[in-house]
Design a protein around this ligand. Structure first.
Ligand code: GAP
Length: 481
């Protein structure tokens, strides 16, 4: 994958819209910034990725169970978690355009431009200075860095900046009919807290013994100030998080385990290891004693897709203190009560969706036998998460072929997502299925009536072969695995 390929990124965004994967939210009202809707094939792909994660966590680990906690939580939750006081980002406003930027995003955007201009060395220097200043909360230094490097606002084109200030990213709303401070609640900015407050409920009812994990998938909300890069950074998004509770003192070992385990999950999508890298955090969040990002080579650069955090006993201890309820575990093996330590794996479902699209999207060109050029846009989505697994295509709309096709649909649709299509030439139908990422197409033709075979066409190689209708669903399932 070419890094910093804005043209490819724009092509992926257009493709996602044209083929029903992702739409701008409320588009008829000119959209809502950093909020997106998933269309027919996008929602199917998203569901499949969610399921792949959920199954990998809960079905493949005897010691992980799932929950589905509410988005609204008692407001004290967010005091205890530190989000009320600490969940903020340093921001800077341009005095001329009044546009507000997250400081790190402003500098990263400038770095992207410098890379295009071949100034790799300067970029390294800029980003390492930025990281050091962020780590020491040196806001005056950050402002100086922006001014010294003559970084300008994309709207006004000036470098007339305010001081750097902190802004909280949580959305709040009112519970009930009386609007006062006491009824103010937050839309959760992470799903993790729903797991922490349920720690003992789950441990007791599911009879879990440490080490064990609780997994959850759900919506999270952040009032991201800089809204760009499509579904990479949204204000409403979905997280897939797992908190793994361990005996204090063993957290380093489990941190290493989950780093490896999560990379194996990413590898199961058939994406080469060279497209991923680890990035250790320099500036640790208020709850962590170690943290690493799994980064992916997006066409917009190396970007975080998942975080693995060693959260110590910060959250449970803090909830114990704020609620006055004991959140301890009795470890029968060592005969001790303690508050467990936690390793968290946290991945954005929308980001994994974007990663899948970016890896899958390919524009191919080749010469046909007669020397003319042919081309296609194909989504080489891993078969296990592809929205449509099998397209069933009668060659003609007549002569009994649709009837056979519909019988095949009836036999297969219970097993996996099938799509029936009889309009247009077979070539056009294949191209459409390539664009939707459908790994297998079968065509029903006149020979089918004679020998009960169909032509199967493979998306990635475009090769075709004849196979019997009998056992078709089983055949596809084997190929998918
Ligand atoms: N509970 C820990 C936590 O929330 P995070 O690094 O802030 O950690 C975890 O978020 C993951 O959630 C990120 O790696 C990213 O994939 C996803 N994520 C965070 N903010 C996002 C946003 N505004 N839009 C889309 N995904 C986001």
């Amino acid at each position: 994958m070419v890094i910093n390929d804005q043209n490819k990124f724009q092509a992926i965004i257009s493709h996602a819209k044209e083929y029903g994967f992702v739409f701008q939210s409320s588009e008829i009202y000119d959209g809502l910034s950093a909020v997106y809707d998933y269309g027919p094939w996008g929602s199917e792909l998203k569901k499949n990725i969610r399921e792949a994660w959920w199954n990998a966590m809960t079905r493949m680990h005897d010691n992980i169970v799932g929950i589905d906690a509410a988005i609204f939580m008692h407001p004290t939750t967010w005091k205890a978690s530190g989000h009320v006081d600490n969940f903020s980002d340093p921001m800077i406003d341009n005095k001329d355009s009044k546009k507000r930027y997250r400081v790190d995003h402003l500098l990263e955007a400038a770095a992207d431009e410098w890379i295009k201009a071949g100034k790799e060395k300067e970029v390294e220097q800029l980003l390492s200075e930025m990281e050091a200043l962020l780590a020491s909360n040196d806001f005056a230094g950050l402002k100086q860095l922006i001014e010294q490097n003559n970084i300008k606002c994309s709207v006004s084109g000036t470098n007339n900046w305010t001081d750097v200030r902190q802004f909280n990213l949580m959305f709040s709303t009112q519970l009930g009919s009386v609007s006062d401070e006491a009824s103010e609640i937050y839309l959760r900015p992470e799903t993790a807290q729903g797991i922490f407050v349920n720690f003992l409920n789950v441990q007791k009812t599911a009879r879990m013994k440490i080490p064990f994990g609780i997994a959850q998938v759900g919506k999270a909300f952040r009032n991201e100030i800089v809204a760009r890069q499509f579904i990479f950074r949204m204000r409403e998004f979905e997280q897939m998080e797992m908190q793994f509770f361990v005996r204090p003192g063993t957290q380093q070992e489990w941190y290493a385990y989950w780093k490896e385990e999560r990379m194996k999950w990413h590898a199961s999508f058939g994406i080469p290891a060279s497209s991923y890298r680890f990035h250790d955090h320099v500036k640790l969040a208020h709850y962590a004693d170690a943290a690493v990002d799994i980064e992916f080579a997006f066409p917009i650069g190396w970007k975080e897709v998942e975080g693995i955090h060693s959260r110590t006993d910060f959250d449970l201890k803090s909830h114990q203190q704020f609620s006055g309820k004991k959140l301890q575990y009795f470890d029968t093996e060592i005969n001790q009560h303690y508050i467990p330590y936690v390793i968290e794996t946290s991945i954005g479902l929308d980001r994994m969706f974007l990663l899948t699209l970016c890896h899958a999207y390919q524009e191919e060109k080749w010469n046909k036998e007669d020397g003319s050029e042919d081309s296609r846009v194909v989504l080489k989505i891993p078969a296990k998460v592809a929205p449509i697994k099998l397209a069933v295509l009668p060659l003609l709309k007549k002569e009994g072929l649709p009837e056979i096709a519909k019988e095949i649909m009836a036999a297969c649709r219970n097993e996996f997502y099938c799509f029936y299509e009889e309009k247009d030439t077979i070539g056009k139908r294949y191209r459409r299925m390539d664009a939707l990422g459908t790994p297998f197409c079968i065509t029903i033709d006149h020979q089918t009536k004679e020998d009960q075979t169909v032509t199967i066409r493979y998306r990635d190689t475009m090769q075709q072969e004849r196979i019997p209708i009998a056992g078709l669903a089983q055949f596809i399932k084997q190929k998918m695995n």
